[in-house]
Design a protein around this ligand. Structure first.
Ligand SMILES: *[C@@H]1O[C@H](CO)[C@@H](O)[C@H](O)[C@H]1NC(C)=O
Ligand SMILES: *[C@@H]1O[C@H](CO)[C@@H](O)[C@H](O)[C@H]1NC(C)=O
Ligand SMILES: *[C@@H]1O[C@H](CO)[C@@H](O)[C@H](O)[C@H]1NC(C)=O
Length: 384
């Protein structure tokens, strides 16, 4: 039987067309898919999708460094330490003062200086981003999962919607206009809009600071003209403790009063208290040097962060996103209360039982089970 052969020109044409088709498919489809998976999946990496994790604290508190290192190892993450500073060693000249006021107390100055050292390191080493933690924090065994949910939420709030014109799911983003409403409809975590995928950070390409460890935060105030109002509301988040276990320094506690049990919210920061854990982008770190390192040091570091985020006291407003309840919380180790903090005076007395505020599956408190590899995780705040 005669073999039927295609004329050579037809073969060449077919090859060329297939090649063009393949290149087209590859450049339009494959890289986007690859990029998407790579970036959001980076949250599973040993630095939680940031370039590095820095832990700030006094080198003399070796107990805390032991604790942080153990927690990091049990969570499969890599931390490095930045040395805290004792406030009394800081000369007046090194503290920017552009108005007349008293020198802050040594504890607050030491904390400010230690955090500035961490931020300086991010800039000096040109890190694309870093997570900065205080050395007495703890987190949930499910941290990576929580951060993935957080990143989907921050992307929904700050990445442009997929579509022909540049628009955002939060109509008051990036800046509310004069006639913007004070409240806008909540975005449901279960029904997030499709946005353009970020290219630099899994948390979005346009943030300065992610304030994810704090002891109090407000939703953006209705009458605030500068802070965008969007909220992503994540109902039935099993890692959120029941309301009876939640507390805040910011009253009213709107999350608890207005939303159902087990709700987590992601939004722009307003009146944050405590700098237990926050991430900075490279741009954010540079802006922090400019706005907090080099401008009038009138208040504690967390208050200065608030000015930075909200555009107060001679600072511009910056892109600061947050989450309630926070993902990094204070760990209070059993022992004499005087050991609790090198900042405040916690008096005499003794704590019998270690605890971590609001964290259900605390890594620290489940160290036995995690080390055993097979032990059962204990819920610190079981539903009743
Ligand atoms: C983790 O992911 C981030 C974001 O892509 C990246 O910058 C960082 O280098 C990664 N860390 C490691 C240890 O691979
Ligand atoms: C942790 O990170 C540091 C600094 O990036 C690096 O030198 C070190 O090799 C990392 N350690 C592990 C166990 O990955
Ligand atoms: C810092 O890194 C960025 C890319 O992440 C690069 O474009 C820039 O040139 C770097 N700057 C320095 C001083 O190396």
């Amino acid at each position: 039987m005669a073999v039927r052969r295609h004329p050579p020109t037809r073969t060449y044409a077919a090859v060329i067309i297939s090649a063009i088709l393949l290149i087209y498919l590859y450049s339009n489809f494959v890289p986007t898919e690859r990029q998407y998976h790579a970036l959001i999946d980076d949250i599973d990496n040993s630095t939680l999708g940031f370039q590095e994790i820095l832990v700030v604290g006094l080198p003399s508190r070796t107990d805390r460094r032991d604790g942080m290192l153990l927690q990091a190892a049990l969570s499969d993450i890599n931390i490095s330490f930045v040395d805290g500073v004792s406030g009394s060693s800081i000369p007046d000249k090194a503290i920017p003062a552009t108005s007349e006021h008293e020198r802050m107390n040594d504890a607050s100055l030491g904390s400010w200086s230690a955090h500035m050292n961490a931020i300086q390191e991010v800039v000096r080493r040109n890190l694309t981003s870093a997570l900065i933690l205080e050395d007495d924090t703890d987190w949930d065994v499910r941290l990576k999962h929580q951060l993935r949910d957080f990143s989907l939420s921050t992307q929904a709030l700050t990445q442009p919607l997929l579509g022909p014109s540049e628009a955002y799911a939060d109509s008051t983003y990036p800046t509310p206009s004069i006639d913007s409403p004070g409240v806008i409809a909540d975005l449901s975590f279960d029904l997030l809009p499709t946005t353009i995928l970020p290219e630099i950070s899994p948390y979005g390409d346009n943030w300065d600071l992610l304030w994810i460890g704090h002891c109090g935060m407000h939703f953006p105030f209705e009458d605030n003209r500068l802070v965008p109002k969007g909220r992503v509301i994540h109902r039935n988040d099993a890692s959120v403790a029941q309301k009876q276990y939640l507390w805040t320094l910011n009253i009213p506690f709107t999350l608890k009063e207005r939303y159902p049990e087990h709700t987590r919210a992601v939004h722009h920061a307003q009146e944050g208290v405590c700098s237990l854990g926050y991430a900075v982008s490279q741009k954010g770190a540079q802006k922090l040097l400019h706005e907090i390192g080099l401008k009038d040091v009138t208040d504690g570091f967390d208050t200065l962060l608030r000015f930075f985020c909200e555009g107060a006291e001679g600072r511009k407003r910056h892109e600061c996103l947050t989450v309630q309840p926070a993902l990094f919380q204070h760990h209070r180790a059993a022992g004499p209360l005087s050991a609790l903090s090198d900042v405040g005076d916690h008096g005499t007395g003794f704590r019998d039982v270690s605890s971590t505020d609001m964290v259900r599956w605390s890594v620290r408190l489940n160290a036995d089970a995690l080390l055993a590899g097979s032990g059962e995780i204990i819920d610190q705040y079981p539903d009743v």
